[in-house]
Write a protein that binds this ligand. Structure first.
Ligand code: AMP
Length: 293
């Protein structure tokens, strides 16, 4: 009996779009009353917060677990990306998912695909400059997943800030009938933003990685004195040049509203500071809204 109680309520695992459609029909669900959390798995407390938020706001939650090949370049970590599927299903269930959707690559991409989403200049800066394939892959798979799951609301984390901007533009420009909801970044007590890629870090690297958030917090704290993005950049560069084992990749300040590059840290433009850094061969991202409470 105890085992039953521990795994209640149950979760349905849907391995294909057809299985998902059948499950909706059997449960009398239409997409509109679904909250959807797309993930690549290796679930951590950041994903689980999004699932809980979706469960609080919708009658049923679908979590997808799909390591999307089209957003990885050949030299990137697609093959070694962690895939603890049994653990992920249990974590998703416990956080409130009714369905876990685990399509295979061939379910989403036919052989020799002809159609993909091309993202404009928004997808070519910051993350897109370092990973030119990335946002095309993200936008393409998000469009496919939204078409299959047909949610009323879909949930994305501010941790991947530029991604939220691209997804919102995708929904807006393609007239997709879904509300995009954002979740706050979930962090370790050290301030390190949770990421499935943190699993690649040694204990010493994890410690070094706390510099990302510490630096963003310092920029936020000093924003009134720094005043300009240029001054903030010099400050950030200085902090990173003193640090061991962590190299700054980029630092930028963009407007939360339309993601345009900002030259001043003026609260009227809702500036967001974004940075990426390399620790060994692991790239980590973080960001902070400079005038948020
Ligand atoms: P991923 O599995 O990395 O594709 O992430 C799936 C979703 O979880 C995305 O919307 C991410 O932005 C979000 N996410 C990842 N890490 C965090 C975090 N630390 N806090 C909040 N959301 C996150």
């Amino acid at each position: 009996m105890a085992a039953c109680l521990l795994t209640w309520p149950p979760v349905r695992i849907l391995e294909s779009p057809a299985a998902l459609r059948e499950a909706y029909a059997a449960a009398g669900l239409s997409g509109g009353n679904i909250g959807f959390v797309p993930t690549m798995g290796a679930l951590h407390a950041g994903h689980l917060a999004l699932i809980r938020q979706a469960a609080a706001e919708n009658p049923a939650v679908v979590v997808s677990i799909f390591v999307n090949p089209t957003q990885f370049a050949p030299e990137e970590d697609f093959a070694r990306y962690p895939r603890p599927i049994t653990q992920d299903i249990e974590l998703a269930r416990a956080a409130g998912a009714a369905f876990v959707f685990t399509p295979s690559a061939s379910d989403l991409y036919p052989a020799n695909p002809q159609i993909s989403v091309r993202v404009g200049p928004l997808g070519a800066v910051l993350e897109g400059e370092r990973r030119p394939h990335f946002f095309h892959g993200v936008a393409t798979v998000v469009l496919k997943l939204l078409q299959i799951v047909q949610p009323g609301r879909a949930y994305f984390g501010k941790k991947d800030y530029q991604q939220t901007v691209v997804v919102r533009r995708l929904v807006e420009e393609c007239f997709l009938p879904v509300e995009i909801r954002l979740g706050e970044t979930v962090r370790e007590p050290s301030g390190l933003a949770l990421s499935s890629r943190n699993a690649y870090l040694s204990a010493a690297q994890r410690e070094a990685a706390t510099l990302l958030y510490k630096t963003l917090q310092a920029v936020k704290h000093n924003a009134p004195q720094l005043q300009s993005t240029e001054a903030a950049f010099r400050y950030v560069e200085g902090r990173f040049s003193e640090a061991q084992g962590v190299a700054l990749d980029y630092f930028a300040v963009r407007a939360a509203t339309d993601f345009r590059a900002l030259e001043t840290l003026d609260p009227a433009h809702q500036p967001v500071a974004l940075l990426a850094a390399r620790i060994g061969d692991v790239r980590l991202l973080d960001n902070l809204e400079l005038f948020a409470a």
